[in-house]
Design a protein. Structure first.
Lengths: 900, 428
């Protein structure tokens, strides 16, 4: 059953000429207009077509609008509502999901008697629904395009309907000309139009037919409308295997047919287009033959073997279409519509051989892209550093990740076990620059952070000391110093970094350590005032001397030295920071924002290490007895931090133990309380306005979110070990010949613990004190358990042939617990025990000699956690600053509980 | 997705109330087989292939027995028999025993959607029992009918009259055949073929059409077939592990169609768009590992997952990662390229670098940002690459990828491996 339309078709066809397919008079209603695809595509088409969409539907969203460059398109719950308001349309566009497309077609047909055309964009329509859609269209005399169509467009009328032909800039593909395109592939519709322009051919009407089993507007009716369209001189038809549509098409104008898919006959399943399965006599070869018969040619057209007639040519490669068309048209005495716009020769826009010598035919040189892409590339190349998409970062991190199975955290992809083998200065690089850094970078950090440590005479030291004397724990003491180092204190350094990055990037600097870089190519035009003044700056001079003494390379420091005047401390710090960040910045590993904040971080790290030590140890010329010049000019940051922590200079073994501890403690993922405190502080300042986020306050957030239970608990293990070893006459914990019977020492404690536990149980109390450093909720239930982190550290020190009596004691302890039946299996020695044992080994001698009190031991145990975690939290803060949204760490009220 | 044979076909037909021959599966007991022979006089023994394998009778893969001993012997012969059609080899796993239906008339019947008539179409002849292509066209009726009203009795009656079919078969067929439309239309089929339908006489000589062989194909995009509760393993054989993994991501937003062409191939080509898929698959031939269409504007997360799975299965053996599509209309190039770049970086991070050369050809929204993201990643990974815009002939870009692959095979892979500091053993 069908309504008689135009021509002598045995089914309904309503369109007699191609110029009726997409006209300026067409008015469009879009179903599911606010859906993901439509909301991207419809505004572009609407604007290109001079505003052809009258309204759209989206159930439940009546009253909303779709914003477009030429005004808002109203949205109604359904088609009837839109009509009742007075809108009229003759074209329906279906963007519904496959399960709803058929019902959408029914709605359009039933509700709107003025409907003439439907465009179905929906992909993966079931054949069941397609056959019903076909029947509905036929009964009611509606022309349907699709499904799985990208719609139609008309370059003369500048209209596109029902899809995305031409992409986000239709005018780029659609130039007025004399060729119509009918294609089974939406993508190729646009691609062919683009190729034709290269050869000087413009277009009239373009139809993406779709390639489902049912192609509702197919080749025969296209041929009919082509014949009646005075604007169109010839057509390009792109066909894939499957279906007999093209067999019945009779053309009266020249046609280039492109048939692709011979290979598909080998496939046993459709890939891509649902209908593109060669089953019987409708495979690619058959289609080639149909067309050859229509055109009176006996072979495929190729550039080498151009076979064509005035009626047309058959190609099997879309790139041959322009040439074939020109040849066919020449045979019809027709010239291209305009001058060819380019060539289809291979033109790589981007490329690199990465230093490999390629054979000449592969080593294609880069070509400047066509306009407007050349401008876009230029613009992109000017953009410096990474830009991270913003998202809610509550409980999420782009910096750290803990593996729940091994409990090992990785910071920027580096496991804490690896970080434990880096010195502190490398871990500073890791936390903010995402890589541990080279020798040169370590020296830069040593000097720059070292220059900030001695706080003699500064308000930060006074604040810290006042907090200390009021009885605060080390985290609170450091927070006091931290609050003094507000944004204003680093403002100039920040500006200096920005200026350096901008001007040196413009000058094409590739490596920040390039000693041969020509500084005269950098033009600051009077902005040098950011870097120098006529006053001497002793801090700047000290740092410059230190950098020279260390022999570090830096284009930026070299630049400062060439300026007339005295560089400021801010400028030198900025130069160091920019040198550190240059490579990862240029590789777009980090953002410009991170680089700008780097001086602040370097200063904060120095001040916090300094403030962790009593004011009495800061003298004008030395810190903890180390002369300032040495700190800036030769010492490693690890050494200085160790001295600040313990009060005495480290032995090589102790230094290694110290860096191991810092590495192990760097981070435990975004879920830890300390990280949450830091992230909350960033979130509350609003990372979407990043320049307002107070990094020192964010560090205070971390500090306030550590305490006796989180961070300070390392002391429990130390107190336990002191208790066990107080009367055994241990001289050197690193000497394996210590003469102590560790097994019986452990046995004695276990016996005590067993009887304590029994007493508690008898008394009915379940509140049994735990032994610090043994057992772990994840590493349990095996006959013998191991914490992989402990195993790693044990093996690391075994390789170094370093002995640690405390660690050895712990191993005896877990054995004894099992052997006496206190534990059901052999508990693991956990990471806390490792930390306690390492720390104890470092401080045993000063403690024994009385230079370190029990109280300061507790402080040290807490402080070393703070040293490490401030780096890990800096990474979280920087990450949240770059990726987070304002107030993204809050919990919705619905998820909060009230407890009475 | 096809079903052939009466083992499952009989159940589907019974669902529609269409008479079928009696059928027993591979696990039928000797008593059951003996009883079936007793009732029907003889049985046909047919091997069971997964998916669809036609022309078994011609290949001698059909047994007939009128006693239990012969039946069991045929079972032994056919249980694991191999069947070759062209280059495809199928191996049977099991047999069916189908009761013979004595009849004078054999009918061919099928429904499918015809692209000539643009409607569901019935094909019918009373000269059934052989391949329909071999029957003289004048003896075959091909009748399109309205999808909204369905296959009606009068359509069948008119067709049989035109064919001058014997009078006695008309009424039973007119009664029974329209039932098959319900099965076809309501359970997501794209083809349904019964050949032969044998016209079995009852005591009074009245004929009943009995389906003696069955073939149907299902529409992958139509969930209606799930109503049939068919066992999953019926279709599982069609897919490799890789394809299954990708198929789990199959939603209507963004294509995720893949087909493994050559598990030993060396070009991994994520392809965008059905047209590009046809061109690329054709030109790369056996060098391609997969044929794919990932177009349709996939969101970032889906694209990254698709790329992750592709890399997991194939990157190690790949010489060239070839990302190719035309000038996209709506697929966001930034999203798709960034997703693939991120997946590549993560793959290198987890599994170490792999000797690779990247060639890409693409156009579309956010093209430059997308290419920029890919470039930055490849620079960071140290992988050599060439990225082409849409103004380069797509087929030449494909040829370039093939030339790079050839160079990689001829020593280039080792050079890239050396540049990436990959030990020779790991690079192989």
């Amino acid at each position: 059953m069908f309504k008689q339309g135009v021509g002598s078709f045995k089914y309904h066809v309503g369109i007699s000429s191609l110029d009726q397919i997409a006209t300026r008079d067409d008015r469009v209603c879009v179903l599911n207009i606010l859906g993901g695809e439509s909301s991207d595509v419809t505004p572009v088409g609407h604007a290109y077509s001079g505003g052809n969409v009258v309204f759209g539907t989206s159930p439940g969203r009546s009253g909303q609008v779709l914003e477009t460059p030429v005004g808002n398109v109203p949205v109604y719950n359904n088609v009837r509502e839109g009509l009742e308001v007075g809108h009229r349309f003759n074209c329906g566009v279906v963007y519904l999901p496959p399960s709803g497309a058929r019902d959408g077609v029914a709605e359009l047909i039933r509700v709107n008697p003025e409907l003439k055309k439907i465009f179905i964009v929906t992909e993966k329509l079931s054949v069941h629904d397609s056959r019903e859609i076909r029947a509905m269209g036929q009964q009611n005399g509606i022309d349907i395009f699709g499904g799985n169509s990208l719609g139609v467009a008309d370059a003369w009328n500048q209209v596109r309907i029902g899809g995305a032909l031409g992409g986000d800039s239709p005018a780029e593909a659609l130039r007025k000309g004399s060729i119509a395109i009918f294609s089974n592939s939406g993508n190729f519709t646009t691609t062919i139009a683009t190729y034709l322009r290269m050869a000087g051919w413009g277009t009239t009407t373009l139809i993406s037919s779709g390639k489902d089993v049912y192609i509702h507007y197919a080749a025969p009716e296209f041929a009919f409308a082509l014949a009646n369209d005075a604007r169109t001189k010839a057509a390009v038809l792109y066909a894939e295997p499957g279906g007999y549509y093209e067999l019945d098409a009779s053309f009266t104008k020249p046609v280039v047919a492109c048939v692709v898919g011979r290979w598909k006959s080998k496939l046993t399943r459709a890939v891509g287009h649902a209908g593109a399965m060669a089953g019987g006599h409708d495979d690619a070869e058959a289609k080639e033959r149909w067309f050859m018969a229509k055109f009176g040619v006996d072979d495929i057209f190729t550039p080498e073997h151009p076979v064509f007639s005035p009626m047309g040519a058959v190609v099997t490669n879309i790139a041959h279409i322009p040439l074939a068309l020109t040849a066919v048209m020449q045979a019809n005495a027709a010239r291209p519509d305009f001058e060819p716009e380019g060539s289809l020769a291979l033109k790589p826009w981007f490329g690199s051989s990465q230093g490999i010598v390629l054979p000449p035919e592969l080593d294609l040189p880069m070509v400047t892209a066509a306009s407007p892409y050349d401008k876009q590339i230029e613009h992109m190349n000017r953009q410096i550093g990474a830009i991270f998409p913003r998202q809610a970062m509550k409980d999420a991190s782009g910096a750290s990740q803990m593996d729940p199975k091994t409990q090992i955290t990785a910071l920027h992809g580096t496991s804490m076990l690896d970080a434990a083998q880096f010195p502190v200065e490398s871990n500073i690089c890791l936390s903010l620059l995402r890589e541990p850094g080279s020798e040169n970078e370590r020296e830069l950090v040593n000097a720059a952070v070292g220059a900030e440590i001695n706080l003699s005479g500064t308000p930060a030291l006074a604040a810290a000391q006042a907090a200390r004397e009021a009885g605060n724990a080390p985290n609170t003491v450091l927070a006091a110093a931290c609050s003094i180092l507000g944004p204003r204190s680093v403002n100039r350094a920040r500006q200096a970094v920005r200026a350096l990055v901008e001007h040196f990037a413009e000058a094409g600097l590739r490596s920040a350590v390039d000693e041969t870089f020509d500084l005269s190519s950098v033009q600051f035009d009077g902005a040098a005032g950011l870097f120098v003044s006529d006053q001497r700056d002793t801090k700047a001079e000290a740092l410059l001397e230190g950098l020279q003494a260390r022999g570090v390379k830096s284009v930026f420091v070299r630049y400062l030295r060439t300026l007339n005047g005295h560089p400021s401390a801010d400028a030198v710090l900025a130069a160091v920071a920019t040198t550190l960040a240059w490579e990862p910045l240029m590789r777009k590993r980090i953002s410009l924002l991170t680089v700008e904040t780097l001086p602040w971080w370097l200063r904060l790290f120095g001040v916090l290490i300094g403030a962790s030590t009593d004011a009495s140890r800061h003298r004008d010329d030395a810190f903890c007895g180390i002369p300032n010049e040495e700190i800036v000019g030769s010492r490693s940051l690890t050494e200085v931090a160790f001295t600040a922590l313990v009060g005495s200079e480290p032995t090589p073994d102790n230094l290694f133990a110290f860096q191991t501890l810092v590495g192990l403690l760097l981070s435990n993922g975004p879920g830890t309380i300390s990280a949450q405190g830091a992230k909350g502080a960033v979130s509350a300042d609003g990372p979407e306005t990043p320049e307002r986020v107070q990094l020192n306050k964010a560090l205070i957030g971390f500090l306030t979110h550590s305490g006796y239970a989180h961070g300070g608990n390392g002391y429990e293990g130390i107190a336990f070990l002191i208790d066990q070893f107080k009367d055994v006459g241990l001289a050197d914990p690193g000497d394996p010949d210590h003469g102590i019977d560790l097994a019986s020492l452990a046995g004695r404690y276990v016996a005590e613990y067993a009887s304590y536990k029994a007493d508690k149980k008898t008394a009915g109390s379940l509140d049994i004190r735990k032994i610090p450093g043994v057992n772990h909720p994840v590493f349990k239930d095996k006959p013998v358990n191991h914490d992989p982190r402990e195993v790693f550290v044990r093996e690391l020190f075994e390789r170094r042939e370093e002995y640690n009596v405390f660690h050895a004691y712990y191993q005896e302890l877990v054995k004894a617990l099992y052997e006496t039946g206190v534990s059901r299996n052999v508990y693991c020695v956990n990471i806390d025990a490792v930390i306690a044992a390492l720390l104890m080994k470092m401080v045993w001698q000063p403690y024994g000699e009385g230079t370190l009190s029990k109280e300061s031991l507790e402080t040290s145990a807490f402080t070393i956690f703070l040293y490490a975690r401030m780096l890990g939290c800096a990474a979280e803060i920087d990450d949240h600053l770059n990726r987070g949204r304002n107030m993204d760490t809050r919990t919705p009220a619905s998820q909060c509980q009230f407890v009475s | 997705m096809q079903i052939t044979g009466m083992l499952h076909g009989a159940k589907l037909l019974q669902f529609a109330g269409f008479p079928t021959s009696e059928v027993l599966g591979p696990d039928a007991s000797e008593d059951e087989i003996r009883a079936l022979i007793g009732r029907c006089g003889s049985v046909f023994i047919k091997p069971v292939f997964k998916g669809g394998v036609g022309k078994k009778g011609k290949a001698g893969l059909l047994g007939r027995a009128s006693d239990l001993r012969t039946a069991l012997k045929e079972k032994e012969r056919l249980y694991f028999v191999e069947h070759r059609v062209g280059s495809t080899v199928a191996k049977a796993n099991g047999v069916t025993f189908e009761g013979a239906v004595p009849a004078e008339h054999e009918v061919y019947f099928s429904i499918s959607d015809s692209t000539r008539f643009r409607a569901p179409t019935m094909t019918l002849t009373h000269h059934g029992g052989m391949d329909i292509e071999e029957v003289d066209k004048s003896l075959v009726a091909q009748i399109p009918f309205d999808a909204l009203t369905g296959l009606k009795a009068f359509v069948v009656a008119n067709a049989l009259s035109e064919l001058n079919a014997p009078k006695q078969i008309i009424s039973p067929l007119v009664q029974q055949l329209p039932k098959l439309w319900e099965l076809y239309h309501n359970f997501g089929m794209t083809t349904l073929e019964l050949n032969p339908i044998r016209m079995r006489p009852d005591r009074n000589g009245r004929l009943t059409p009995v389906a003696c062989d069955f073939k149907c194909g299902f529409d992958r995009d139509d969930p209606r077939w799930e109503r049939l509760n068919l066992p999953n393993h019926l279709f599982a054989v069609d897919y490799s592990d890789f394809e299954l993994e990708i198929n789990q991501l199959r939603t209507y937003q963004g294509q995720s169609d893949v087909y493994v062409i050559n598990p030993q191939g060396t070009i991994l080509a994520p392809t965008f768009g059905g047209g590009a898929n046809s061109l690329v698959t054709q030109m790369l031939g056996d060098d391609a590992i997969i044929s794919s269409d990932f177009g349709g504007n996939p969101p970032y997360a889906k694209m990254k997952e698709v790329a992750r799975i592709c890399f997991k299965h194939w990157l190690k053996q790949s010489n060239v990662l070839f990302i190719i599509g035309g000038k996209s209309n709506n697929t966001d190039i930034f999203e798709t390229f960034r997703a693939m770049a991120d997946a590549l970086r993560e793959h290198f991070g987890q599994h170490g670098p792999s000797p690779l050369y990247v060639v890409a050809g693409r156009g579309g929204p956010n093209l430059i940002r997308g290419m920029g993201a890919l470039r930055d990643t490849l620079e960071a990974l140290g992988v050599p690459y060439r990225l082409f815009g849409f103004d380069s002939d797509m087929s030449e870009v494909i040829n370039h990828a093939r030339a790079v692959d050839a160079w990689m095979k001829a020593g280039g892979r080792d050079e890239v491996a050396a540049k990436l500091r990959i030990p020779v053993a790991a690079a192989a």
